[in-house]
Ligand binder design. Structure first.
Ligand code: C2E
Ligand code: CA
Ligand code: CA
Length: 721
C-alpha cells in the first residue's frame, strides 16, 4: 500500500520533471525561430537605412557613384555589420557594383551570388510594381515607404549566407528614381562564428552550432535554414535548457535519499506491522486460551466446561450413550490451605489436576470449576463403567503426594450424575453432580455417590439452613450456653461458651451442623461476633470464673480479629484475664501471618489460649512450641478410649506429661462417667469437662452454681429471669 503510493509519487515526479524539459524545449524552439527571424529583420533594417535614402537614389540610380557606394554600402555594411558581400544591380539585374569584405571588387565577386539573387529579385520587382510610382506622394516631407526587401539563405563554398535583395528607394522624396525600376542592392552576410556567438549570447543558447539538417541529434533542438526553393541548407542546432533535468540532478541525491528513507520507513512499518499483526494473533490465541482455561492447571475452565457440556448433552439425542457428569471435590483441602499456606494449596491442585487427567485418559474431559472442585465429563454406556472411572479417580487422588511442603495426603469426594436423555440444562446437570458430591462428603469422605432425585431435596434443605442462619443472628433464635469445667474436688473453675440455635421450625440444630456450614459460607464472621458480644455481655460480672470462647480458624485468619475481640470485651466491661480463647490445632498450623499476629495480640492483651481437641489435629507439638498456649484440652475421643483398653490410658498419660513438662495446664473433655474421671485422675489430669460434671446451661444457672453473688452477677441474673 505505502510502497505503491511511493512508487506512484516518484513516477509522477519523474513525469513532471520530464514534462518540464519538453515544455522548456518547445518554448526555446519558438524563441529561436522568432529570434532568428528578428535577427534577419534587424540586419535588413540596417541595410534599409543605407539603401532607402534620397542620397542612394541620387548616387546609385541617377548617376552611379562608386565612391558613394563604397562608403555607404560596401564598406559601411561590412565594417559595422559584417556583410561580407554587397552588390548593386541595375534595372536589368546586372551588377554595377561589387564589394567583398568592404573592398570594391570586380564583377567576378558577384558571380557566385547571381543565382540566389535571381531568385530574390522577382519578388522585389513585384513589390516595386505594387508600390507604384512616387508622383502622387510628392510634396510631403517624408514619403514613408516601407523597405522592399526579400531574404533567403544560401550556401556557397561551405559558408551559409543570409542574402537579402533591397530595392533602392528615396526617403524624403527629394530625389525620385529615374525609371520604373530602381537599382537593387544585394547583400550577403555569412552565418559565422561571430553571428552565432552574438545570437546565442542574446538568447542564452547552449552549444549553438551549424550542422547538417538531415539528422537531428538526440537531446538537441534545431531550426532548419532553407534556400529560396525551400530545401534545407543547414540547421541551427543547440542544446535546449532542461530545467527538469537540472532539477532532477540537483534533487537526485536528496530525492534518492528521501525515497530510500521512505522505503526504509515503509519496510520498518510493514515489518513492525507484521510483528504487531502476529502479536495480535498470538495474544488473541492467548486470551482465548485464558478465557477458556484455568490458569493454575491449564485445564478447561467453567466457561469451556459449559460449552462442552451443552454440546455433549445435545448429542444424547442421537446416541444410545449416556453422559456421566462427575464432580470431584477434595477433602480437607481447606486444612491444607489453612495450615500449609496458599502456595501449598496451589501445588496440591496442580498435582490433582495431573492425576485426574491421567486417571481419566482420552475418553473423559477434566475441567476445573474453581477452588478444589473438578468436573469430569464421560460418555459411557453403563453405570459400571462410571463406577470404575470413579474408583480410579479416588485412588489416584488419595495417593500420597511428596512436595516441598512435606507429605500431603488428601482424599476426594465424588458426586456422579448420569444423564441419558437430552433436554437437561448444563447448570442442572452440574447441580445434580454437586448434590451427589455433598452427599459423599456428609457420609464420610473418600466416597462416591450417584445422584438420585431425593438428594436434591437435602441440598435444598442445606441451602435453606444457610439463609435461616443468616436471619437467626438477628431474630433471637441463637443463644449461648456454658458448660462447667471443674477441678478434682468438683468445684467450678471455668465454663466453656457454646452456641445454640433454636430453629423456629426445626427445633434445636447442633453447632456441629451449623458451625461448619457457617465456616464454609463465611457466615462464621458475623456468627463469631455475635458469640463474642453475647458472651462478654453475659459473663463480664463473673469475676474469677474463667470463660472459654471457641474461635474458628476463619475468624483467626481475619485481619483485626484481636482488635475486635478487645473492643467488644472493653465495651462490655469484661476483663481479658478471665477469658480463654479455644483454638484448634489445625487453625494454628501453617505460617499464616495474620493468624500468628492475632494470637500474639490476644495473648499480649491478657487473653489466655487453650488448644482445643488436642491430639486430633496435625503435629500438635510444633504448635505447642510456636504458640505459647496456656492449656490443652484433651479431646473427647481419648477420654472415650479410656474405657476399653490400656492404650487410651497410655496416650492420655503421655499428653498430661507433655503438658506438665511444658508448664501447661490440662483439661479432659467429654467426661461422661466416674470411671473415666478416675482413670483421668490416675493419669494426672486434674480438670474435667463433660456431662458427668455439668451439662451446658445458661449463664444464670452457671453463675448460681459458681455462687457468684456480685452485683453484676445479680444484675445479669435478674436480666435473664
Ligand atoms: P467443642 O469445642 O469440642 O465443644 C464441646 C462439645 O462437646 C460441645 O458440643 C458439648 O456440648 C459436647 N460435650 C460436652 N460434654 C460432653 C460429653 O460428656 N459427652 C458428649 N458426647 N459430648 C459432650 P456442641 O455444643 O454440640 O459443640 C460442638 C462443636 O461446635 C464444638 O466442639 C465447637 O467446635 C463448635 N462450637 C460450639 N459453639 C461454638 C462457638 O460459639 N463458636 C465456634 N467457633 N464453634 C463453636
Ligand atoms: Ca471447645
Ligand atoms: Ca473440644
Amino acid at each position: 500500500m505505502t510502497i505503491s503510493a511511493l512508487v506512484l509519487l516518484v513516477a509522477l515526479a519523474l513525469f513532471l520533471i520530464q514534462r518540464f524539459d519538453v515544455v522548456a524545449a518547445e518554448r526555446e524552439q519558438v524563441l529561436v525561430e522568432h529570434g532568428f527571424a528578428r535577427q534577419i529583420d534587424e540586419l535588413n533594417a540596417v541595410i534599409a537605412t543605407q539603401v532607402d535614402w534620397d542620397d542612394a537614389i541620387r548616387s546609385l540610380d541617377h548617376k552611379f557613384d562608386a565612391e558613394w557606394a563604397d562608403f555607404n554600402v560596401g564598406n559601411y555594411l561590412y565594417t559595422f555589420n559584417g556583410f561580407s558581400h554587397a552588390f548593386v544591380l541595375d534595372s536589368s539585374a546586372r551588377p554595377i557594383y561589387s564589394a567583398v569584405k568592404g573592398e570594391r571588387s570586380d564583377a567576378a565577386g558577384y558571380a557566385p551570388f547571381a543565382t540566389v539573387a535571381a531568385r530574390l529579385i522577382p519578388a522585389v520587382r513585384a513589390a516595386e510594381r505594387q508600390r507604384g510610382p512616387f508622383k502622387q506622394r510628392l510634396g510631403k516631407n517624408n514619403i514613408i515607404i516601407p523597405p522592399i526587401q526579400t531574404t533567403t539563405t544560401t550556401q556557397l563554398a561551405g559558408v551559409t549566407y543570409i542574402v537579402t535583395a533591397t530595392l533602392v528607394q528615396p526617403d524624403f522624396g527629394k530625389v525620385l528614381p529615374k525609371g520604373d525600376r530602381a537599382p537593387i542592392v544585394v547583400t550577403a552576410k555569412p552565418i559565422d562564428k561571430a553571428l552565432l556567438g552574438a545570437f546565442s549570447a542574446r538568447y542564452l543558447l547552449n552549444e549553438l552550432l551549424l550542422i547538417e539538417p538531415t539528422v537531428k541529434p538526440d537531446k538537441r533542438q534545431q531550426i532548419v535554414l532553407r534556400d529560396a526553393d525551400g530545401a534545407g541548407l543547414v540547421a541551427l542546432s543547440w542544446v535546449p535548457r532542461a530545467p527538469g533535468t537540472v532539477l532532477r540532478q540537483s534533487l537526485q541525491w536528496p530525492l534518492l535519499g528521501g525515497i530510500g528513507l521512505m522505503g526504509l520507513l515503509a519496510f520498518l512499518v510493514m515489518r513492525r506491522g507484521g510483528a504487531i499483526v502476529s502479536e495480535l494473533i498470538a495474544s488473541e490465541a492467548r486470551s482465548r486460551h485464558l478465557a477458556f482455561h484455568d490458569q493454575l492447571t491449564q485445564l478447561p475452565n467453567r466457561a469451556m466446561l459449559f460449552e462442552r457440556l451443552r454440546l455433549m448433552l445435545a448429542q444424547l439425542a442421537d446416541s444410545d450413550h449416556q453422559l456421566a457428569v462427575i464432580c470431584v471435590d477434595l477433602d480437607r483441602f481447606k486444612d491444607v490451605n489453612d495450615t500449609l499456606g496458599h502456595h501449598a494449596g496451589d501445588c496440591l491442585i496442580q498435582t490433582v489436576a495431573i492425576r485426574l487427567r491421567e486417571a481419566c485418559g482420552q475418553n473423559a474431559t477434566v475441567s476445573r470449576l474453581g477452588g478444589d472442585e473438578f468436573i469430569v465429563l464421560y460418555r459411557c454406556s453403563s453405570q459400571q463403567q462410571v463406577a470404575d472411572l470413579a474408583d480410579r479417580i479416588v485412588m489416584s487422588v488419595a495417593e500420597q503426594m511428596v512436595s516441598e511442603f512435606g507429605r500431603i495426603e488428601v482424599g476426594c469426594s465424588l458426586g456422579v450424575a448420569i444423564i441419558d436423555h437430552p433436554g437437561v440444562e448444563p447448570s442442572e446437570a452440574l447441580r445434580w453432580a454437586d448434590v451427589a458430591m455433598y452427599r459423599s462428603k456428609d457420609s464420610g469422605r473418600r466416597c462416591v455417590t450417584f445422584f438420585e432425585p431425593e438428594m436434591d431435596d437435602a441440598l435444598r434443605a442445606r441451602r435453606a439452613l444457610e439463609s435461616d442462619l443468616r436471619e437467626a443472628m438477628s431474630d433471637g433464635s441463637l443463644h449461648m450456653v456454658y458448660q462447667p469445667q471443674v477441678d478434682r474436688g468438683g468445684q467450678i473453675t471455668a465454663a466453656e461458651a457454646l452456641v445454640r440455635w433454636n430453629h423456629p421450625q426445626r427445633g434445636a440444630i447442633p453447632p456441629g451442623i451449623f458451625v461448619p456450614l457457617a465456616e464454609e459460607t463465611g457466615l462464621i464472621l458475623p456468627l463469631g461476633e455475635f458469640v463474642l458480644r453475647r458472651v462478654f455481655a453475659e459473663t463480664s460480672g463473673w469475676g474469677d470464673l474463667r470463660v472459654g470462647i471457641n474461635v474458628s480458624a476463619v475468624q483467626l485468619r481475619s485481619n483485626g480479629f484481636a482488635a475486635l475481640v478487645t473492643r467488644l470485651a472493653a465495651q462490655a466491661g469484661a476483663d481479658p484475664a478471665n477469658y480463654e480463647i479455644e483454638l484448634t490445632e489445625t487453625a494454628l498450623l501453617g505460617d499464616d501471618p495474620v493468624t500468628a499476629a492475632n494470637v500474639e495480640a490476644l495473648k499480649r492483651l491478657g487473653f489466655s489460649i487453650a488448644l482445643d481437641d488436642f491430639g486430633t489435629g496435625y503435629s500438635s507439638l510444633s504448635v505447642l512450641q510456636r504458640f505459647s498456649v496456656n492449656r490443652i484440652k484433651i479431646d473427647r475421643s481419648f477420654v472415650c478410649a479410656l474405657d476399653e483398653s490400656g492404650e487410651g490410658e497410655a496416650l492420655v498419660n503421655a499428653m498430661v506429661k507433655l503438658a506438665r513438662s511444658l508448664g501447661l495446664s490440662v483439661i479432659a473433655e467429654g467426661v461422661e462417667t466416674e470411671d473415666q474421671r478416675q482413670r483421668l485422675l490416675a493419669c494426672g489430669c486434674r480438670e474435667f469437662q463433660g456431662y458427668l460434671t455439668g451439662m451446658p446451661q445458661n449463664a444464670s444457672s452457671i453463675a448460681g452454681l459458681a455462687g457468684i453473688k456480685s452485683a453484676a452477677a445479680i444484675e445479669a441474673l435478674s436480666r435473664r429471669a
